[in-house]
Design a binder for this molecule. Structure first.
Ligand code: PMP
Ligand code: GLN
Length: 386
């Protein structure tokens, strides 16, 4: 293994899912739903499979999917893009993240991101030979995560090439506010920096959030310097299909495509028309989906509180963060390794998403994208430790 990848072990998600399988614990670790997405979408994939859509699709994705991606962006976020030059379909958001970073960063360039961060960010930045400049999100007195303006300003410098932003944010459930985004946009403009935004949870912002989801690309001047990434996995409960996309100005999208063609070339043909169908579902699908997840969040949050965890508010995503100190825990990694024995439940230690592990040492992440009876069983077990 090359020197620069040696610090990266197996991803925490695979490790914790394997632990759940081995021990029979309820898996609230890795974020994947335990029920299928919309029936129309599943049916469309079956039809595509049975009607010969089984060879290489066009490199940037099939036209129907690219058209559906731009129509969806227009409908929900008011962004207008050309489906032929400003969209690329990828193997999940993960490939879009890696390809855009590899396409835009020279070795030694710096990427400003927020920690905790989704684990593939550090690896993709490292593969590019670039350097991450993490800015820490910390829970404030209100329990919500905040960053320090001076710390963000100081992270930008002459070598900054990219700003990488995830909102709604995994693992904290934070949704970045208009003011926070305005500051980020100002710094991108001032330093001539491109943005890559990971918005895979764009439809999962709960009704009690202090802000709706605002794509950074919708701020003045930002559409021209932002690669916006999303994925079907989280919005349509099909994480195993690995259909994602990136949209943005033609030069940035074509740079991303240049790299992407040598990572995977193209992606699973029969899922593409199916995701096009899903993206065209009426608004009611998206609000009902959010409402279902919100009810699951509330169910889990209440159960975690009853079990004695400190619970930080989650305004979006599939996740909620719990503080283990009230239960006598100090180190989330140790705590999570012992959880199958003690509780019969698996969660993920938040510290693995930080460069500065101390900042998240006492925090663990639970996924609530599970059926009610699964959440109830997990809560029953958490209330009655061995
Ligand atoms: N970004 C974030 C913030 C995620 O939580 C995930 C996991 N769904 C991904 C990217 C990867 O998405 P995909 O499975 O579409 O590659
Ligand atoms: N995004 C999911 C999570 O955060 C898992 C993705 C993965 O396993 N790579 O749990």
């Amino acid at each position: 293994l090359v020197e620069r990848m040696r610090a990266f072990g197996t991803t925490i998600f695979s490790e914790m899912s394997a632990l759940a399988v081995r021990t029979g614990a309820v898996n609230l670790g890795q974020g994947f739903p335990d029920s299928d997405g919309p029936a129309e979408m599943i049916a469309a994939a079956g039809e595509a499979l049975n009607s010969g859509a089984n060879q290489y699709p066009p490199l940037p994705g099939i036209p129907a999917l690219r058209a559906a991606i731009t129509a969806h962006e227009q409908r929900f976020w008011g962004l207008t893009r050309d489906p032929d030059s400003q969209v690329v379909v990828t193997a999940g958001a993960t490939e879009a993240i890696a390809a855009s970073i590899l396409a835009l960063c020279e070795a030694g360039d710096e990427v400003v991101c927020f920690q905790p961060y989704y684990d593939s960010y550090a690896a993709a930045i490292t593969l590019a030979g670039a350097v991450r400049r993490p800015v820490t999100l910390r829970p404030g007195a209100d329990g919500r995560y905040h960053f320090d303006e001076a710390e963000l300003r100081a992270a930008f410098g002459p070598r900054t090439r990219l700003l990488l932003l995830n909102s709604p944010h995994n693992p904290t459930g934070k949704v970045f506010t208009a003011d926070e985004l305005a500051l980020i946009a100002e710094l991108c403009h001032r330093h001539g920096v491109y943005a890559v935004t990971d918005e895979v949870y764009e439809h999962l912002v709960y009704t009690d959030a202090e802000t709706p989801h605002i794509p950074l690309a919708t701020l003045p001047g930002m559409a021209d310097r932002t690669v916006r990434i999303s994925s079907a996995g989280k919005s349509f409960s099909c994480t195993g299909w690995k259909v994602g996309w990136a949209t943005g100005p033609a030069p940035l999208v074509s740079a991303t495509l240049r790299v992407k063609q040598f990572l995977t070339f193209v992606n699973a043909a029969p899922f593409q028309p199916a995701v096009a169908v899903a993206l065209g579902l009426p608004d009611s699908y998206f609000t009902e989906f959010r409402d279902v997840l919100q009810a699951r969040r509330d169910r889990l949050v209440e159960g975690l509180r009853d079990a004695g965890f400190g619970v930080l508010p989650s305004a979006g995503t599939y996740y909620v963060t719990a503080d283990i100190t009230p239960l006598g825990g100090a180190d989330g990694a140790e705590f999570c390794r012992a959880m199958p024995q003690r509780y019969g439940v698996v969660a993920v230690p938040t510290q693995v998403f930080y460069d500065d592990r101390d900042a998240g040492r006492h925090l663990i992440r639970f996924a609530f994208c599970k059926r009610e009876h699964v959440i109830d069983e997990a809560v029953r077990r958490l209330r009655a430790p061995a």
